[in-house]
Design a protein around this ligand. Structure first.
Ligand code: AMP
Length: 127
């Protein structure tokens, strides 16, 4: 099934500079900004600059440069937040919701970096 991308979604508007955001990091491939409704003391969204709906969309149709650039940006954000356990950070959770069952609200790929407190179990036992 071909992927389709709606360029009127709120993160597309943020990328076009039509809506403000609290930027944490930006490069040619990615933008990272603070979630407007943070669930943890540090709650940052990392999005690719390309028009991808989900992680599988990027992984399937993205160029190697886009995939590597997006992944490297996630690493940079973890480093900037000081949460990388390999560098003595206290850790974090990375989530990327996709589609209806994933309860994805914004149809532009985003990775949530959640950190700053113990987060608990991976998922609720029941939805
Ligand atoms: P989801 O699509 O369910 O993975 O989550 C979308 C996330 O985007 C939610 O955590 C929202 O709080 C967040 N969000 C929605 N609009 C904005 C915005 N303008 N700036 C920052 N975060 C936003």
């Amino acid at each position: 099934m071909p992927y389709s991308y709606d360029d009127q979604n709120i993160f597309a508007k943020i990328l076009r500079g039509e809506i403000p955001n609290d930027t944490v990091y930006e490069d040619d491939h990615a933008l990272a900004f603070r979630d407007i409704q943070p669930q943890t003391p540090d709650h940052v969204l990392v999005i690719p600059k390309g028009p991808y709906v989900t992680f599988d969309h990027l992984a399937t149709e993205g160029s190697d440069d886009e995939i590597v650039g997006f992944t490297r940006a996630i690493g940079k954000v973890c480093d900037m937040l000081g949460v990388d356990p390999g560098s003595d950070g206290a850790g974090y959770r990375m989530i990327s919701n996709a589609g209806e069952h994933g309860v994805q609200e914004v149809p532009h790929l985003h990775v949530h970096i959640l950190a700053g407190r113990p987060i608990g179990r991976m998922i609720a036992r029941e939805a």
